[in-house]
Ligand binder design. Structure first.
Ligand code: GRF
Length: 194
């Protein structure tokens, strides 16, 4: 699609596995005046991902990928990405790890959001680990995806304070709210430099 001022919008695919609250916030952002991107495709490895309702609501094409065989799954995804001219991928709670081969073959940029202040707490159960360790701060990070888990170059981070009576549920809710602000901001930063 061409914007009224002549700029071409970037085509984006969002990958999800679950609730899709980040997908929702990115869709809302994409619909704003002057947004530099369109979400053309939602990929999910999980047929029951709640977030798929947002694809339906906003009439975005969705594809459910069976991950029993990762090679077949990734080839299918690459096919859909090409078919829809996708230039950039945003992982938003996608629970599968993309292979080196996939990252190389896609060739475009891939972003991820992680609920910790990377490089601290890569992987799962970040909030529990942060609470157990009695950290004073936590937060979220948007970063580029490379072949090592949660290790690509950091684009933006938001730091938040941990309160005395916090637990992992309270903390995850507070951080998730910040994620919804941080991801569109990071995307804007990336797109300005494209
Ligand atoms: C978020 O906390 C994100 O940082 C992590 O998975 C969660 C996804 O939440 N990677 P949602 O599906 O976007 O609500």
């Amino acid at each position: 699609m061409i914007r009224s001022n002549g700029f071409k919008k970037i085509n984006i695919a969002i990958f999800i596995s679950g609730n899709g609250s980040n997908l929702k916030s990115l869709i809302k952002f994409s619909l704003k005046k002057n947004s530099r991107f369109i979400i053309n495709l939602v990929i999910s490895d999980n047929l029951k991902a709640k977030g798929l309702i947002y694809a339906k609501k906003y009439k975005i094409k969705k594809r459910i990928i069976n991950y029993k065989n990762i090679k077949i799954a990734e080839n299918k995804i690459l096919f859909y990405l090409k078919k829809n001219n996708i230039q950039l991928i945003c992982l938003a709670g996608f629970m599968k790890i993309l292979t080196k081969n996939f990252i190389k073959k896609f060739g475009g940029k891939i972003l991820n959001i992680h609920p910790s202040l990377l490089p601290k707490y890569k992987g799962l159960n970040t909030h529990q680990r942060v609470i157990q360790n009695k950290d004073k701060f936590s937060g979220c990070t948007v970063h580029y995806v490379n072949s090592k888990l949660d290790s690509g170059k950091i684009i933006l981070q938001k730091k938040i304070k941990i309160f005395k009576h916090d637990n992992s549920v309270k903390l995850s809710k507070r951080i998730l709210k910040q994620e919804h602000i941080l991801y569109p901001k990071a995307l804007r930063k990336v797109l300005i430099n494209l």
